[in-house]
Ligand binder design. Structure first.
Ligand code: DAH
Length: 359
């Protein structure tokens, strides 16, 4: 730091060479000064531009400079003054803008607010869990179109022409007539596509959205989600089916879950069964969810009907298989105790936020 008083007294009689050196030292000092705060700015102002600033001493010295050097030295001092002035103006703007930022209420030193992460939809959580459980025992995932033809949704699955599911009342048709197209009513259509395209052994599950012409209520919806399962190989038996479903129920609902199979009918399986799992809510004691039976229906299943294998050109004398189909909403309903199906498609964040901890 150069002290203005020292310059005034000790260097009153400087030679032009010495003066030039003093000027260039001061110029370097101006450049090197960092001004961040209002106090820095004031210190700078007092030293270089105030009433007793160090440049004044230089102007005094100019009188003693021999005439032939006066012009040059004078210009140098003027230049130095200009440098100090522009440094001051620039710094003044900088300090003012910083103050404004703080006084406008934005504190740039505050840590950023944490971004709130979204959560997975409960149906996606359950679907992923189902996929995960079956992939552990060698099932792949296959998907098919939601707009489906009559063959894959009905005919190849052994639905007779007069079957009530083919009625407009149950199915959303997009095109009637020879080129009949509809929104698929179940994911069983994907098992036909897989059998047509792959050779046994086949072990796959097909998750997806399905559509039915139903009035929307707490217990019914015009679209919902299913996971279809299909296993085709030599010597596949009903015992394999039963064991696979028990494994699934215990992975999904806990190690003490039990299953029971009730005889049923589906056009595409023979024999067919409906599967109940022991009530997860009352532990089979009886509650209003299981209607005091201790059991909850979770899926339909059976041995693939030989007619279905024939439609897919798989030799039913060599191969057999099982199939099953479950509703994703139904499983979610049991795991999360959500009674009203409509909640799954309303996108109400108050509902969705409750699944934050699910993966
Ligand atoms: N497709 C049937 C439905 O939507 C569910 C089903 C039942 C699928 C039995 C199957 C099965 O594969 O074997 O209700």
């Amino acid at each position: 730091m150069v002290d203005s008083k020292t310059i005034t007294k000790a260097k009153m009689l400087q030679s032009p060479m010495e003066l030039k050196e003093t000027i260039s030292n001061l110029s370097a000092e101006i450049k090197a000064t960092t001004i961040k705060t209002a106090e820095d700015l004031e210190t700078f102002r007092i030293k270089f531009l105030g009433s007793k600033n160090c440049l004044k001493d230089l102007y005094k010295e100019l009188k003693n400079v021999p005439n032939e050097n006066k012009k040059e030295v004078g210009q140098l001092i003027n230049g130095l003054k200009g440098e100090a002035e522009s440094k001051f103006e620039e710094s003044k703007k900088y300090v003012a803008s910083k103050n404004q930022t703080f006084s406008s209420g934005i504190d740039l030193t505050r840590p950023a607010e944490q971004l709130e992460l979204g959560s997975r939809h409960p149906l996606a959580v359950i679907r992923n869990e189902i996929i995960e459980i079956f992939s552990r025992i060698g099932f792949s995932v296959s998907e098919g179109p939601e707009i489906e033809d009559d063959w894959h949704n009905f005919s190849a699955l052994n639905f007779p022409p007069e079957h009530p599911a083919r009625d407009m009342q149950d199915t959303f048709f997009i095109e009637k007539g020879a080129n009949e197209m509809a929104l698929r009513t179940h994911t069983s259509s994907v098992q036909v596509r897989v059998m047509e395209n792959e050779k046994p052994p086949i072990r796959t599950i097909s998750p997806g959205r399905v559509y039915r012409n139903e009035a929307i209520s707490a217990r019914a919806h015009c679209f919902f989600h299913q996971v279809e399962g299909l296993y085709i190989d030599k010597n596949v038996s009903f015992a394999d089916l039963k064991q696979t479903l028990l494994y699934f129920a215990q992975e999904m609902f806990g190690g003490d879950a039990k299953i029971r199979l009730r005889p049923s009918y589906f056009p595409f399986t023979e024999p067919s069964a409906e599967v109940d799992v022991s009530c997860t809510i009352c532990k089979s004691e009886g509650c209003n969810v299981c209607k005091y039976t201790g059991w909850l229906e979770i899926l339909g299943c059976g041995m693939v009907d030989p007619n279905v294998l024939k439609s897919a050109k798989i030799d039913h004398n060599v191969y057999s298989g099982y199939a099953f189909g479950m509703g994703v909403e139904r499983i979610a309903q049991l795991k999360y105790r959500v009674g009203d199906l409509r909640l799954y498609s309303e996108n109400d964040v108050r509902f969705l936020n409750q699944f934050k901890s699910a993966f």
